[in-house]
Design a binder for this molecule. Sequence first.
Ligand SMILES: Nc1nc2c(ncn2[C@@H]2O[C@H](COP(=O)(O)OP(=O)(O)O)[C@@H](O)[C@H]2O)c(=O)[nH]1
Ligand SMILES: [Mg+2]
Length: 676
Amino acid sequence: MSDSQVSAPRCVALVGSYLSGKTTLLESLLHACGAVPRKGTVKEGNTIGDSVPEARARQMSTELSVASAEFLGDPWIFIDCPGSIELAQETFNALMAADAAIVVCESEIERAMTVAPILKFLEDHEIPHCLFINKMDTASASVAEMIEALQAVSSLPLVLRQVPIRNGEHVTGYVDLASERAYEYKPGEASDLIELPDTMVDRKETARTELLEKLADFSDTLLEQFLEDVVPEKSEIYKDLAKDMAEGLIVPVLLGAGLSDHGVRRLLKLLRHEVPHAAATAARRGVAPAGEALAQVFKTSFVPHAGKLSLVRVWRGEIKDGMTLNGARIAGLFRMQGHNIDKAGSAGIGEVVALGRMDEINTGDVLTPSGEAKDELTWPERLVPVYALAVEAENRSDEVKLTGAIGRLAEEDPSLALEQNADTQQMLVWGQGEMHLQIAFDRMANKANLKVKSHMPRVAYKETIRKSISQHGRFKRQTGGHGQFGDVHIDIKPLPRGSGFNFSQTISGGVVPRQYIPAVESGVKDYMNEGPLGFPVVDMAVTLTDGSYHAVDSSEQAFKQAARIAMTEGMSKCDPVLLEPIYMVRITVPSAYTSRAQRLISGRRGQFLGFDARPGWKGWDEVSANMPQSEIRDLINELRSLSLGVGTFTYRFDHLQEITGKLADQVIEQRQAAAG
Ligand SMILES: Nc1nc2c(ncn2[C@@H]2O[C@H](COP(=O)(O)OP(=O)(O)O)[C@@H](O)[C@H]2O)c(=O)[nH]1
Ligand SMILES: [Mg+2]
């Protein structure tokens, strides 16, 4: 590597489940680096990580946040990520910009499963990562139990790097297993080096042997020494630890407590020695070492006054303000520290900067002066939306602005999507859950001063008929000059499910002149928008069999009316029945929750179809079922609450199904009440 590559900043993302302590840990890391004079707290709402208003209001991170610091002369960029599973898209996108990730874990073994989705993402994308078991100040389980629980959700071997020193209930320090040194924690300061306590000698030996055993799996030298009982050189161990983490062979595990600054310097040292440099990450991502400047957008943000900002990580060369990348001219190049942005002139490899007013540029785009690499680097897929709300502007006058404002939200957050639903005529915003959408609406209120009302989307009920009938319809008016006359006989008959609608005619001898037949069809179709029960009608056929006309008074309009009259009178005699949309649903959960998922399905009028191992996910199942649309609108809430938040589902429309009895009566009553 060249000097500029070695001195380039490395970028680490803080990820892990909601409330595990990422934002607090970032504050402690920045403090230990001297980047903030005084630590902020999540409660007081003055942390670097949670600087936007939506985050402060909720005391939780609602979007990623970038901060820089220097440790022992090395520049670092930290990206604090939201932990909520509903905001996972933002986190996944941030990880694509990072050289490595710190997975912040709770010290409770029951919550180990919550990091499963993030570990799976890191493994799939081969992103080097370590675990930081946080909140050791309140831990009750033993470290061995925690490692066991976490190992069950990690496909890569976990390598414990420290063992805690306890005084009664309290963790007071740790023994570092690579250096074999013991430390005592000191709040707000570097830990004190202490004599290894006698009581720790055996524990340390066992844990260190385990560590060496794991490393020996990836090193012939270590394996030989291990078998021959030779104690390896420390330098050899350090070299292997760094290589194995960078190559994604092992996952080191550290202990600490961000709130009390415990283990934070040890973590910084691990990062210093073991996190790959930007050039190595660029190579891993598939960027050739030589060539024009290249950066990838990992977040898009609309900022009042400044306009659109595209956050990029530079993977090659140098990017300067005013440069044209992918046809867009950079209008302002900024470095970020939480909410603060500072103008800069240029940015080199490894740096994270925001580019101003790149209007045509999207998150995930690869930017180069030639614009030829746009889709060259992999990018995470959009998460499948699992929850929708119907929205309207609180002020009617804002209605026209709404589509544009939601469009910008979706540009900032690709896991949001807008749908104009043709069946129900509602504007739907799709996302990852109630909270995800509410945060997006708050952001729209804060940034665009546009407030919305939201409610549960309507179900796309339909109706059909069960009996055939022949019906006569006549429209006759005599007003002043010439009148209006149309007269039709139609056969109405049900069709099998899924057939849709079919119109035909058996007119002979011109009793209904050819030019009026399309008007009859259009009158029938008009009627079908709202059948006798109040819903669109499907799966039926209408045949025009007979009729009559008047040479002067007949018109298209008159035949259309005649058809409507025949339909209105005929349809209610055809034994109408409500149809409800049924979806094919695939629920994915850790297998410990499979039987609960089955109960969830039957509790929501679902039909269980079977289950299988989830492909590519060790210890997970995929449960298939048919479920009514009305029951899956808020399915995600219950599914998450029974599966520690990690369960999810996909769905597609399958068929319409007759629904009768009390449930159908309620639906019809509600529809009639709404229609007034
Ligand atoms: N006991 C203890 N609590 C902590 C620690 N770190 C964070 N917390 C608390 O955990 C909660 C969540 O912290 P936060 O940093 O917002 O978590 P995040 O959602 O992962 O960013 C806050 O109430 C913190 O005060 C720790 O090391 N020990
Ligand atoms: Mg946070």
